[in-house]
Design a protein around this ligand. Sequence first.
Ligand code: ADP
Ligand code: MG
Length: 740
Amino acid sequence: MPLSDKKESVIRAMGIVGELRKNPETLNLSTSDVPSEFDLPASQKALSTPIQFIKGVGPKLASLLEKKGIRTVEDALYFIPREYQDRREIRKISRVEIGKVETVTGEVLAVDIVGFRGGKKKVFEIMVGDGSGVIVGKWFHFNLRFMKDRFKQGDRVIMTGEVRAFGGQREMHHPDIEPFDDTDKLNFGRIVPVYPLTEGLGEKTLRKIISQVIAGYADNVKDGLPQGIVRDRGLMPLKEALEKVHFPGSTEDIGVLMAGRSPARRRLVFDEFFFLELGMALRHKGVAMEKGIPMIDTGELTGRLRKLLPFALTVAQERVIGEIKSDMASAHPMNRLVQGDVGCGKTIVAFISLLIAVENGYQAAIMAPTELLAEQHFLNIHRFAESLGVKAILLTSGVKGKEREAILSGIRNGVVGIVIGTHSVIQGAVEFKSLGLAVIDEQHRFGVIQRGVIKKKGDNPHVLVMTATPIPRTLAMTVYGDLDISVIDEMPPGRSPVETRIYNEKEREKVYAVIKKEVEAGRQAYVVYPLVEESEKSDLMDATNMAENIKVAFPDFRIALLHGRMKAEEKEGVMKGFKDREIDILVATTVIEVGIDVPNASVMVIEHAERFGLSQLHQLRGRVGRGSHKSRCLLLAQYKRSEDAWKRLKVMEGSTDGFRIAEVDLEIRGPGDFLGTRQSGIPDFRVGSIIRDARILDEAKTAAFSLVEDDPELARPENSILREVLRDRWKGRLELAGIG
Ligand code: ADP
Ligand code: MG
């Protein structure tokens, strides 16, 4: 047999075996004779049928579909149209309205390539006539070979686009155009889906494949939502939703469809969010039922620390500490996220929590995303810890040999009370005597899975996660949905907002004047660069060169350079020098982005500001304005900046509210980029968007959490399908361990 037939046979055989396993008496087989991987329910197997086995899909088409992420029939079912075209009514060309999106059909009267701008540019034109009039389709960017081969004079075509008027002629620019065939009921006389395509894959082909998949396989999709939820929320059945999202009914409102608010789409989005939040709710409930280590804040260490602090805690800090204390005192492990804007004082909150664990005879660890930040936490914490008689150590990759051995054995035998390090602390061969609390100071980098690893380093230790910058609520719900959330929504007193302004290269002198004035007044300045070393291709001035230039510009000031390729001790030396005011201007790469804390610094100059993301800019700006001095952030941007970059910089000028900035950043960049790659643990949604569909996310979360409240084990008979679907989803797309 050819390979594809073999595959098909095997898949069919697996289906039969699965059925037999359910009813073994029909074959006199004992169940143990059937290998367990054949145990997938038949419906699930049908959905994982490779798309290549659909009629008309050969290997070539299959590889094009794969480019779009369609490998199985299930992928095809969930390949949601990007928009729709209303082809219920076809307009006479003489009747089309300027400014409206219209669909016309007719005959190709002429195909031409026309030069303009003195022949420098070319436009591809197709003139279409239907007897009532003519209209011209124009393509300003086009693949010549592809377009020329596709349409010839005399072809019948259908064309959809916005109608424009140009010198008495009607035109459509970059319309959608396809061959027309009025016996074709799939593509004409209805609302048709428009899919995101890849070259070589046409809309018609895709519509045909998807309509076949719906007809053949939609029955296998398991509708896991409990009837009560479907009814109360007015949702449509899942199968119907899948059909209609691709091929809407003849009476549907095209406006509603285009806005992504059709009942079909709503059902699919709800479904997707619901099963995510259900997993979160179970995880949350699971932790709530685990046995933890109750710890009481005796005040023995924390009380002494409070006396050592040069300031009183803010009301918000006290409230959050209260929430942490009550979590730690309970018989179940804490699982909490602390959010707060840059500079709100999260470190001290973490430190107090660490001390509570130590007071109770346990060890505590705090993990930072970078070595530099770990070093800084160490500098901050260990001077206090020392006076409290608690042994705090720094464990980074820079600590080697005998010293490392000594530290590791100190952690093992319990001499060390507080371990400060990077995330590798929990991944490496570090053994704790009795880890009671792990604090993760993160930069949106730590997924749910890593949090699971921590649990194994101790006997169900308490876990506290702190975000470096605020993250929008919807994102927190999807990434940290299983955590309880605390917000520090207040800044320490005496801070005034950092004044922010955009400058261009010509205004460099003005920027330098600000630095000069501040340093002369006893303050310190940061100058930040996006890169360390100049690459041949880029025209970026690199930090090394600029440090030299700055030295020339400010011969009387003390200037130092800090970058990621320096050795740990060197970096530490520079940071300490800056903190001790032995350095006036610190020229640095983004290694200083997170957490560096020097209250006397009042100027932040960001070179090539157009190259940074919003959250990063906000983080950098947060390095100043930490003391009582009025601070300024100067964004030096080059002329060549994209519209997005300009938008970002304007947002920085207009707002210092980290939560607001995070929302805008999420909107501009989308969730994946906002959190930075896969490590973030963000699920990749097939239908829903946490920005557009925030309302549905809220609803889904409420429904999921209250369901788990009612039936924590999902043991009720009416929830049995739900259990199954949940397991499939979390095993497959959500890929998060430990559920079900
Ligand atoms: P972040 O939340 O960005 O991690 P930090 O914990 O680094 O902020 O705190 C920023 C600065 O504010 C530090 O210099 C810290 O000592 C100071 N700080 C923290 N809490 C208070 C407070 N209640 N009053 C005054 N200063 C505070
Ligand atoms: Mg911090």
